[in-house]
Design a protein around this ligand. Structure first.
Ligand SMILES: *Cc1c(COP(=O)(O)O)cnc(C)c1O
Length: 379
């Protein structure tokens, strides 16, 4: 077999001013968490999200923690989260001394099922976290309706969905507050980094206090509360500013990649992918396929076959109620939709720098794997 180039599942595309802005930080020696790029990045990102305030921080997990603290979540509270999400969504709830309460996914978007939320609400429930999984917005209107009926907050975890639209509005601007991640595999990246966005000035101010050791902005080295060091560096913000400048191009390229996948995979028996709902304009974080019974090949068989041929893939995610820290919290409940998606879902390589040839190589390899397994099963 000819050795072919490795195709990673995700990679940042640093095609704009990243290098010159970072050089500016180095040459001016502004490499820590003060400097002009922090405010510039926050302003540009707020504009991109069509929202008033953006507060930068060290990663998407500290963004969630800051948002939950700003919302007043504390010891003994409960927060409703989808079971099908990255573990940080629930961990941030746990950091506050609160308990995540899991809800199954809906079939049409793979996100938290709004119809199942109300039965999970108790006197301790403080709010709901809606996650926009793989770039497809959660159905926020019915979630907001339940939330307002019970006086709960809605936090959007938009770590996988920068720029997606829900009924015309940018995700992140629909709930009370929203968080983003700029980890290396996200839609845009700062290496490590995060952002909280909101239209609520008081919450933004509270998060600025908390992320910087709880230090009074008007009186240096006076700390009225116990804070954290969750700050972003000027270097990361410099990269982030350059990334926001190219974000529309990145989103367009990702959509093109997703369209190529859909063209190639159209009509394959036993295969489907994340649906696109008519009220949503998703962004393509990771193009995700689901294997039906007719495929006659398992997720792990495909992943190892592709891996041996230099193509990285990954399983969607393990539902949180199956993970050791949260098994007890889920109390033996079943989450059939999430479990089925998790068992059968594979993320394919998706990033702005992929070429049509890369995508056809991924699909050809997938096709070979299907044929090989079918032949093996018949003999
Ligand atoms: C990536 C991710 C996070 C955490 O972001 P980090 O920057 O890695 O801390 C949180 N929630 C979701 C849904 C994510 O995908």
């Amino acid at each position: 077999m000819m050795k072919q180039q490795f195709i990673p599942v995700a990679a940042p595309s640093l095609v704009g001013n990243e290098k010159s802005y970072v050089m500016d930080c180095l040459e001016s020696s502004w490499i820590s968490s003060t400097g002009k790029y922090i405010e510039k990045f926050e302003t540009a990102f707020a504009q991109f999200c069509e929202i008033d305030h953006a507060v930068s921080c060290s990663n998407g997990t500290t963004a969630l923690h800051l948002a939950l603290l700003a919302l007043g979540v504390g010891s003994g509270d409960e927060v409703i989260v989808p079971t099908l999400t990255f573990v940080a969504t629930a961990n941030a709830v746990t950091y506050c001394g609160a308990r995540p309460v899991f809800v199954d996914s809906e079939r049409c978007t793979w996100n938290i099922d709004p119809a199942l939320i109300e039965s999970k609400i108790t006197a301790r429930t403080k709010g709901i976290i809606a996650v926009h999984l793989c770039g497809h917005p959660a159905d926020l209107d019915p979630i907001k309706t339940v939330a307002s009926r019970h006086g709960l907050f809605v936090l959007e975890d938009a770590a996988q969905a920068h720029g997606a639209r829900y009924k015309g509005r940018r995700v992140g601007s629909v709930g009370d507050i929203a968080t983003f991640s700029f980890f290396g595999n996200k839609i845009i990246s700062t290496g490590e980094g995060g952002m909280v966005v909101t239209n609520d000035a008081a919450m933004a101010e509270k998060m600025r206090l908390l992320k910087s050791h709880g230090m009074d902005p008007k009186q240096r080295y006076w700390h009225p509360v116990i804070g954290y060091n969750y700050r972003m560096t000027n270097v990361a913000a410099a990269i982030g500013l350059a990334q926001v400048e190219t974000v529309e191009w990145q989103l367009e390229r990702r959509r093109e990649v997703a369209n190529w996948y859909r063209d190639y995979l159209q009509g394959w028996p036993g295969l489907r992918w994340q649906p696109e709902t008519e009220w949503a304009k998703p962004v393509w974080w990771l193009f995700t396929i689901i294997l039906e019974d007719e495929a006659r090949v398992t997720r792990n068989e495909i992943m190892s076959y592709m891996g041996e041929r230099g193509i990285e893939t990954r399983p969607i995610i393990h539902p949180l109620h199956t993970l050791p820290p949260y098994v007890d919290s889920a109390r033996g409940e079943n989450f059939p939709v999430a479990e089925r998606l998790a068992e059968r879902g594979i993320n394919l390589p998706t990033w702005a720098g992929l070429t049509r040839e890369d995508v056809s190589r991924v699909c050809d390899t997938l096709n070979e794997c299907f044929s090989a397994q079918r032949a093996a099963n018949q003999s």
